[in-house]
Ligand binder design. Structure first.
Ligand code: PXP
Length: 244
């Protein structure tokens, strides 16, 4: 069954909006787990605009599922990851001026740096995933890096305003999931997934995990985190049983 990784960065964003000690993303993680999350995802950004190292260390200690650390492939981040030892790392591109991660990592362009980064993380006993656009050339290069898995960027699918464009993006993702599974890579997906658009993606056979943040945390304002996660998990499980 496809897993649900809940990204709790947005709880930390609210905290940082006032530089208070609340709301605490650590509490959010516990509630997400009670709602059925299979993993907790956080992005420790270079500018520490939301998640802090303190959050990461406490989360590693207390969560009962798996901690997925999204990070840029920099020396500083690799040192932190090797020290904290999350269960897995997802390497993402990072630009200071972006609102959120804007696309997949260019594995072709950064192949040599990524090779060293992946090796160090894997030697440290950390599972390594790379966030990539739905592009076979990128996935082939992830395979050459011998990573454990990939996360396919679903942002274009999620943002498509016309049905035809959304369908084209969906077919591209589906083809890339098959391509990745053929290479025995664990294959996840995420970015921009919501209660409205998740089921089509969740119905793709063989997916490992969906990483979802903004829509779940937004809904939690009305219904609470536990219920928001429970509802998303229900949609995912129903769709993964039915197929898309
Ligand atoms: N996957 C990756 C690699 C991301 O960077 C993000 C955003 O932090 C997500 C998934 C979750 O995206 P969203 O918040 O749009 O659900």
């Amino acid at each position: 069954m496809v897993k649900l990784g809940v990204n709790i960065d947005h709880v930390a964003t609210l905290r940082e909006a006032r530089k208070t000690v609340y709301p605490d993303p650590v509490y959010a993680a516990v509630l997400a787990e009670l709602g059925g999350a299979d993993g907790i995802t956080v992005h420790l950004r270079e500018d520490r605009r939301h998640i802090k190292e303190r959050d990461l260390r406490i989360l590693k200690d207390i969560i009962k599922t798996r901690l997925n650390l999204e990070m840029a492939a920099t020396k500083e981040m690799v040192e932190i990851a090797l020290d904290v030892k999350p269960h897995m790392v997802t390497l993402v591109p990072e630009k200071r001026e972006e609102l959120t991660t804007e696309g997949g990592l260019d594995v072709v362009k950064h192949f040599n740096v990524l090779k060293k980064t992946c090796l160090r993380l894997k030697e440290g006993g950390i599972e390594v995933f790379i966030f990539v656009d739905p592009d076979e050339k990128q996935i082939e290069n992830c395979y050459k890096l011998a990573v454990d898995g990939i996360e396919i960027h679903t942002g274009k699918y999620a943002d498509a305003s016309k049905d035809k464009e959304r369908e084209q993006e969906f077919l591209k993702i589906k083809k890339c999931v098959l391509f990745s599974l053929d290479r025995k890579l664990k294959t996840s997906a995420g970015h921009g997934l919501s209660y409205e658009n998740v089921q089509k993606i969740a119905g793709i056979p063989g997916l490992y995990e969906l990483n979802i943040g903004h829509s779940i945390i937004s809904r939690s304002i009305y219904v609470g985190i536990k219920e928001a996660v429970r509802e998303m998990k229900h949609l995912i499980l129903t769709a993964s049983k039915m197929g898309s």
